[in-house]
Design a binder for this molecule. Structure first.
Ligand code: ATP
Length: 436
């Protein structure tokens, strides 16, 4: 059954709440618009997204190191980066209904909501300001970082001085960023507080175009490898006239969400803009000295993605509604590497020695995998519950398996619903093979 975009998003939002993936923020107080909290299964999914990125970008590569810089930084950073003056969206207010719109969302000169007359577009800075210390004046002002990238540029010299990196090399980090968006929405797609995974890859200027193209391909491949439908994801180059103030070229990885093609990640050639700016404003030399002693200002290629957007894309892409034996089955067909719970261990009947053995198997898997034990209700209901949170395998313990020699369990595959028998002692290794 096909559903239009709005309906399928509604189903996904409902599933996320019902099954402990994502809850509306501050809900018992009536919520706070466009804030969301990751529940017990959501945090596991999101952690898997982050770990898979970290593994791919930092762990597997000899040329990239990690970093974890602060959310609060010296406000001079935002002066140097251009965010204080340039990180703005045009804000238009309707004179009649007072509703506010982002300039890009308004076509023509009537209010999209009430057809009333619109005021002039004003520049609205998206950074959240805050104050350090007890006095809220201009001297105490600072900002919650709107991107993690600046923490990397500001530590470029520290990393050069304290490690053995040589060009080309990268510094990567995952962390929270904050933007006072004029029109947040579409569930976790655009929120005020979100997480980014950002890589700043420093290169010799003459090699920048090649690295820019390579990183775009590489990043697209990562999403497809983790299961996104290749027909619903593509690269889209920005027009030169639409480029952000720091960029020489940008290509987005876009995914076809139920609400339309939207950016998952941007790959930018930032040139030497950031290092030159920070050198100028800080007065510290940020040049790199090559093996011949020549000074170079590296160019930066930046793949910058949103953890929450990636997580949402994996959720949306995995969501299926099927009919099985006349009943509706909802499944999250997540790649096993992303699945919050790797396997559920279920006693077929609530009787001894089945229950004890099932608990024993579950405990033995627990120090390596997130697994879950469940003995409540019919086995059919338990399967459905695991299907809805995307658990790829259900390990069922029954009398028949315990009476055989060696003892066996059945493993049910989430997607095919087929079951096969496997020797109990081999379950851990079998599962590891499926997840790594
Ligand atoms: P958009 O055009 O959608 O506002 P952007 O081009 O401003 O995004 P970047 O500044 O390139 O975004 O940020 C890098 C990544 O951070 C984006 O690709 C996105 O995945 C994520 N991101 C940016 N803003 C938000 C937000 N408000 N909520 C969730 N994720 C975000």
């Amino acid at each position: 059954m096909m559903k239009d975009g709005d309906n399928s998003m509604k189903d996904i939002v409902a599933l996320c709440k019902r099954r402990g993936l994502i809850y509306p923020g501050s809900e018992i107080y009536g919520g706070l618009a466009n804030t969301w909290d990751y529940g017990p299964y959501g945090v596991l999914l999101k952690n898997n997204v982050k770990q898979l990125w970290w593994k791919e970008i930092v762990m597997k590569r000899a040329d990239i190191v990690g970093l974890d810089s602060g959310i609060l930084m010296n406000p001079k950073v935002w002066e140097a980066s251009g965010h204080l003056t340039e990180f703005t969206d045009p804000l238009i207010e309707c004179k009649d209904c007072k509703k506010r719109f982002k300039g890009d969302d308004v076509k023509g000169d009537a209010c999209p909501e009430c057809s009333g007359s619109l005021g002039e577009a004003k520049k609205f800075n998206l950074m959240f300001a805050t104050h350090i210390g007890p006095v809220a004046d201009d001297k105490s002002i600072t900002y919650l970082r709107p991107e993690t990238a600046q923490g990397i540029f500001v530590n470029f010299k520290n990393v050069l001085d304290s490690t053995r990196v040589r060009l080309p090399f990268g510094i990567a980090q995952i962390g929270k960023a904050f933007r006072n968006e004029i029109t947040p929405g579409n569930f976790t797609f655009r929120t005020l507080e979100f997480e980014q995974f950002e890589l700043e890859y420093f290169v010799y200027p003459e090699t920048a175009d090649k690295f820019f193209a390579d990183w775009a391909d590489e990043r697209l491949r990562w999403y497809v490898d983790l299961g996104l439908d290749s027909a619903k994801i593509h690269l889209k180059a920005h027009d030169k006239k639409d480029l952000a103030h720091y960029a020489k070229a940008v290509t987005d990885v876009e995914y076809k969400f139920p609400f339309g093609w939207s950016e998952l990640e941007g790959i930018a050639n930032r040139g030497d803009y950031d290092l030159v700016q920070h050198q100028k404003v800080s007065g510290e030399s940020l040049e790199y000295t090559d093996d011949e002693g020549k000074k170079v200002m590296p160019y930066i290629i930046e793949p910058s993605g949103g953890v929450d957007r990636a997580t949402l894309a994996f959720l949306v892409d995995a969501y299926r509604e099927e009919e099985v034996k006349g009943e509706k089955r909802v499944v999250l067909a997540l790649d096993p590497r992303l699945a919050p719970i790797r396997a559920a261990v279920l006693p077929l009947v609530k009787k001894e020695p089945v229950v004890t053995k099932a608990k024993e198997i579950c405990d033995s898997l627990r120090n390596k995998f997130f697994v879950e034990y469940d003995e409540s209700g019919t086995v059919g209901k338990r399967y459905r519950r695991q299907d809805e949170i995307g658990t790829p395998f259900c390990i069922t313990v029954d009398f028949e398996g315990l009476e055989s020699e060696p003892q066996t369990v059945t493993i049910r595959d989430r997607d095919t619903m087929e079951q096969k028998r496997i020797v109990i002692d081999q379950v851990g290794e079998w599962l590891a093979g499926k997840i790594n």
